[in-house]
Design a protein around this ligand. Structure first.
Ligand SMILES: [Fe+2]
Length: 143
């Protein structure tokens, strides 16, 4: 399953849109890596990349929101806390699963479920529930 960028995801801010595209692409990369789950190092690499990109993106977003006096900053920060704990839980589980010498059918199903959750619920929740509220408040620059 590949998720495609849609212009309705845009918050009309070059830097934030670019980072959202990066998160989306990294989840797609996990999907590609899952075609060969026996290559556990590549799977772990992309899950860890997503974790790193997401944390740095949330920090960047919060810094920009402060600068532009975004009125829903507190709610957005609470949303980020929830997304981070979700992501930590999934990353920890991926690390646990990939320590197994051979992945079982259940392990592979769990990895697919984590990826589907990240694509459909986690990323879309972030983009559509909270981030779209930034539209019109953040200027359109790269900072
Ligand atoms: Fe965001």
């Amino acid at each position: 399953m590949t998720i495609k960028w849609d212009n309705r995801f845009s918050v009309d801010h070059i830097a934030i849109d670019a980072e959202h595209k990066l998160l989306l692409t990294t989840i797609n990369a996990i999907g590609v890596a899952l075609r060969h789950p026996e290559d556990k190092a590549t799977l772990v690499f992309f899950f860890d990349q997503l974790h790193e990109f997401a944390l740095s993106h949330f920090k960047h977003e919060e810094r920009l929101q402060l600068k532009h006096k975004f009125p829903f900053i507190e709610n957005n920060a609470k949303g980020h806390d929830h997304l981070i704990s979700d992501l930590n839980r999934i990353r920890d589980d991926v690390h646990r699963i990939t320590k197994n010498t051979t992945l079982s059918v259940t392990d592979i199903t769990d990895l697919h479920n984590h990826t589907a959750y990240l694509a459909k619920d986690w990323l879309l929740e972030h983009l559509l529930q909270e981030d779209l509220k930034m539209k019109g408040f953040m200027g359109d620059g790269d900072e």
